[in-house]
Write a protein that binds this ligand. Structure first.
Ligand code: MN
Length: 724
């Protein structure tokens, strides 16, 4: 395990101004925090964060990054807290460790490899600071280097994830060395036999080519020197994974030197690159189609180099890269190369140097993009990405949603049926409202119940078009079904009253006369009050004359079907009304003038296109519907659902004008545990004031208790209930 002074020395090698005290503090803090924890290999756990820090010293990163690496597993795995780290170190380091903790928690959710692109975006969304990603990559690299200590069954998933997510991430950050190592390590665990075969063959061929490689290095160096070019020429063996990819792609074996070796010519400046290229092309014929100038046109990740292939000694193809030392550093270390220490420059100054910072921003943006060549399309996608949240199902499926999305959106994104039957949700294991705004990385479990209809009010509360359309569809279908059911009952009564036989077939035959497309259309229209039931009877039996418009007295609860009414919210009202009756799931509201309370005998009146209005049987407003018996429906209170809410009732009072009268009225109402919704006062004479009081009461008994007590007050001249 690395010693304290060794870590400090590694940093000092490239950053003589490092804050030694802080580094030492981090070492001690993490050492104590991890205590006797051990890794799967049997090593002390603390060896891991130290190795991660070491990888980052190779990239020559700043103190905050190195310290964050040392601390990166403390919050999640030990007693350490963010507050403590903020306090002992500083908020900059705290923020980095916090970002790493969040990513680590995501790792706990099993992920599917196929979701790599989304997961990569999620990582980016969470890592506000690019240094968080650098530590995460180093963390993964060390875990991959020690993967053989993990249980056999865990290795494929971790390797796949590395190949799918972390290696491309390193590549897009321009860190080719790290990308290549991550790829090779994953390949070794995913395809052990292929890896062995290729490595073996690579070793054999390398041995055979050893002399040739040396010869080419020598020839090139002397040719360049002859032209006054000081150059470093190095033959580099290709990586097993890149050979494997090429073999897969072209289904060929590797035989040529150029299959296993690439040469790199490093020169001092830009000018020298092109002069070196001239020397190479004048010496050996170039292979057409293989020349690429990434110096005049750099790659998106800032990679700059000249690539060419020539037919070299022994008719062997030789691949060459020509670049300056600075270009080479960017190619190897990518984003990290830009953070190199130059005479004690700190990261803050680096960030404020606008050119470098812009490059960093651009790189982060590029990371969000796919490898799709259609860059313009990708750029518009980037906008979307900033606006997205990424959440998980309990099984680890990743669901991408627009920012502001709720668990309802989530449910519909999983499946329309899940959305339609959602009644509650757990976010990260805790019961939460369905209207909670989701955050990145939330795990969402939808609680479902059979035979549900989504409340229409959801439509305006969701963020996704998919959910909105599905809710509208489900609500429309449900309401239509309910109206049709109601219409069918009204029709069967109307036919019975007319003394005519009723059947759906008969109505079907009369559809042209009713100008409707289906019997369900007819029933729904009757249910909505758009067609009068007598007109349907006449359409079926043209000889029928509807002279019977009985002015029946309102019926109370009788032979009603025991159907529980769903609380479908009408516009502006969100009270669930516990009513049983024929109306089934229609939108329900109370009589606007006076309401109704449990204990009242009630009746429902169909309002065309609106739903059902509930009136107490004594309501004077009911007289207006005497001539429309088809609009009356039988309802009764759903006794099981009553008890958790108050109901609207209206009182008309006449009070004596005395100081404190209003207070006495309010006191009586409060004593009975009722609420005042509204009071309208009108002074009629100098002595008396008329009041209209809208109350919310539990039931009729509650209401009558209030009326009785008010009547007993000396200051109240008159109390009456108003029922519309
Ligand atoms: Mn770790």
């Amino acid at each position: 395990m690395m010693r304290q002074y060794q870590l400090v020395e590694r940093v000092k090698r490239y950053n003589p101004n490092t804050d030694e005290t802080l580094l030492n503090k981090a070492y001690i803090y993490a050492l104590r925090a991890h205590g006797s924890q051990r890794r799967a290999s049997g090593d002390p756990f603390f060896a891991h964060p130290l190795e991660v820090a070491a990888i980052l010293t190779d990239l020559r990163l700043d103190d905050a990054t190195i310290i964050a690496a040392v601390l990166h597993d403390t919050i999640e795995d030990t007693e350490a807290t963010l507050e403590e780290i903020n306090q002992i170190f500083n908020p900059e380091i705290g923020a980095l460790v916090d970002g790493l903790t969040k990513i680590k928690r995501l790792d706990l959710v099993s992920k599917r490899a196929a979701q790599g692109e989304n997961f990569r975006k999620l990582l980016l969304a969470i890592s506000a600071d690019v240094r968080v990603l650098l530590v995460k990559l180093a963390d993964r690299l060390h875990n991959m280097r020690t993967l053989e200590f993990m249980p056999m069954e865990k290795r494929p998933r971790i390797s796949e994830e590395t190949l799918e997510i972390y290696a491309p991430l390193a590549g897009r950050m321009g860190m080719q060395e790290m990308r290549a190592e991550l790829e090779d390590l994953s390949f070794r665990h995913l395809r052990p036999e292929a890896y062995q075969t290729i490595t073996q063959r690579l070793n054999d061929l390398s041995e055979k080519s050893e002399k040739l490689v040396e010869e080419i290095e020598r020839i090139l160096t002397s040719l360049l020197a002859a032209k006054g070019l000081a150059a470093e020429v190095k033959g580099r063996r290709k990586r097993p994974y890149s050979i494997w990819k090429k073999m897969e792609r072209k289904s060929v074996a590797f035989e040529q030197l150029s299959d296993i070796f690439g040469f790199r010519i490093i020169v001092d400046d830009l000018d020298a690159c092109y002069r070196a290229l001239g020397v190479v092309h004048m010496t050996w014929p170039m292979v057409p189609g293989r020349y690429k100038d990434y110096i005049s046109t750099p790659k998106q990740n800032d990679y700059r180099s000249i690539h060419t292939t020539v037919v070299g000694p022994g008719k062997q193809r030789v691949e060459l890269q020509i670049r300056t030392r600075a270009m080479d550093e960017v190619a190897e270390y990518g984003i990290a190369a830009h953070a190199l220490y130059k005479e004690g420059a700190d990261i803050a100054r680096f960030v404020s140097e606008s050119r470098a910072y812009q490059w960093l921003r651009r790189t982060i943006d590029l990371l969000a993009e796919g490898d799709n060549p259609e860059e313009f399309l990708e750029h518009t996608k980037l906008e979307l990405f900033h606006d997205q949240v990424f959440c998980f199902t309990p099984k680890g499926r990743l669901i991408a949603l627009p920012r502001g999305a709720t668990p309802i959106d989530f449910a519909y994104a999983v499946h329309t049926d899940v959305g339609n039957t959602a009644v509650g949700c757990k976010i990260n294991g805790r019961m939460s409202p369905l209207l909670t705004e989701l955050a990145n990385g939330d795990e969402v479990e939808i609680v479902r119940a059979a035979n549900q209809t989504p409340p229409a009010a959801w439509e305006s509360l969701v963020a996704t078009g998919k959910a909105r359309a599905a809710i509208r569809r489900a609500t429309r279908t449900a309401v239509r079904r309910q109206y049709a059911g109601l219409g069918a009952q009204i029709l069967s009564r109307a036919f019975e009253r007319a003394g005519k036989a009723y059947s759906e077939e008969k109505i079907a035959a009369a559809l042209p006369r009713l100008a409707r497309g289906s019997t369900e259309d007819v029933m729904a229209a009757v249910g909505r009050g758009e067609i009068y039931s007598g007109d349907v009877v006449r359409a079926v039996y043209p000889d029928y004359s509807d002279d019977r418009r009985p002015s029946t007295s309102p019926r109370a609860a009788g032979d009603e079907a025991a159907v529980k009414i769903q609380p479908l919210f009408g516009p502006g009202e969100e009270q669930a009304i516990p009513i049983r009756g024929q109306g089934q799931d229609l939108p329900i509201r109370f009589a606007p003038e006076g309401g109704a309370v449990p204990g009242d005998r009630i009746v429902g009146i169909i309002d065309p296109g609106e739903g059902i209005t509930i009136y107490p049987i004594q309501a004077t407003a009911l007289a207006a519907f005497d001539n429309e018996p088809e609009r009356w429906v039988d309802v009764r209170w759903d006794s099981e659902a009553i008890g958790s809410q108050r109901f609207p009732a209206r009182l008309s009072l006449q009070s004596i004008n005395e100081p404190g009268t209003l207070a006495q009225i309010a006191q009586v109402i409060a004593d009975h545990d009722a609420n005042i919704d509204n009071i309208a006062m009108r002074r009629t004479t100098p002595d008396f004031t008329d009041l209209t009081v809208d109350l919310a009461v539990w039931d009729l008994k509650n209401l009558n208790g209030i009326i009785a007590e008010l009547r007993g007050k000396r200051v109240i001249a008159k109390v009456e209930r108003v029922t519309g």
